[in-house]
Write a protein that binds this ligand. Structure first.
Ligand code: PNS
Length: 160
């Protein structure tokens, strides 16, 4: 059985993430969605909430589980026996951010990163933009799985 890890902050999970996880699942028997700490970001939603929302969103996808990455991503990949990390690329900015991480992860343990290009109709969806729209009262319900817009509204104190 082949396993891949789809890592990220998932703050919050979006339709873009789900697209990448489905594409990963089409290539690997088992996909572990790894919710990790990005040292460069302060999450809006706490870890338990990010895990809960991702589990609800992915509940109907066989062969996919959601777990917390407690430390280094490469150590987590070794623990779950992942053959690869899978990440989505929306464009050049993603490429510039992702390639150094892929190279560092391969330097650390030899784990490879497989990049997938997602649905271009979802290329504008980023968790950071979704939060910005929600923060200012915009409707994000068609950008995220069910329940996420309400969670953002609650996090922003009832707006959104
Ligand atoms: O969704 P993001 O924020 O772009 O995902 C980045 C993430 C969380 C996958 C990355 O920061 C990460 O792997 N964090 C875990 C700690 C780690 O392994 N850091 C070294 C990365 S080269």
């Amino acid at each position: 059985m082949t396993t891949a890890v789809c890592p990220g902050s998932f703050d919050p999970v979006t339709l873009g993430h789900l697209d990448v996880v489905r594409r990963a699942r089409s290539m690997f028997d088992h996909v572990v969605v790894g919710i990790a700490k990005n040292a460069g970001k302060s999450p809006l939603l706490d870890l338990d909430e990010r895990v809960r929302l991702a589990r609800v969103a992915l509940a109907d996808l066989p062969g996919v589980e959601v777990a917390v990455v407690p430390g280094l991503l490469v150590d987590f990949c070794s623990e779950v026996g992942a053959a690869a990390i899978v990440k989505g690329l929306r464009g050049g900015a993603d490429y510039d951010a992702e390639v150094p991480m892929a190279l560092m992860n391969r330097h650390l343990t030899g784990v490879e990163t497989v990049f997938v290009t997602g649905d271009p109709n979802l290329a504008h969806i980023a968790s950071s933009l979704v939060k910005d729209v929600a923060r200012h009262g915009g409707d994000v319900s068609d950008l995220v799985p069910p329940g996420v817009a309400d969670a953002l509204a609650a996090a922003f104190g009832g707006r959104a």
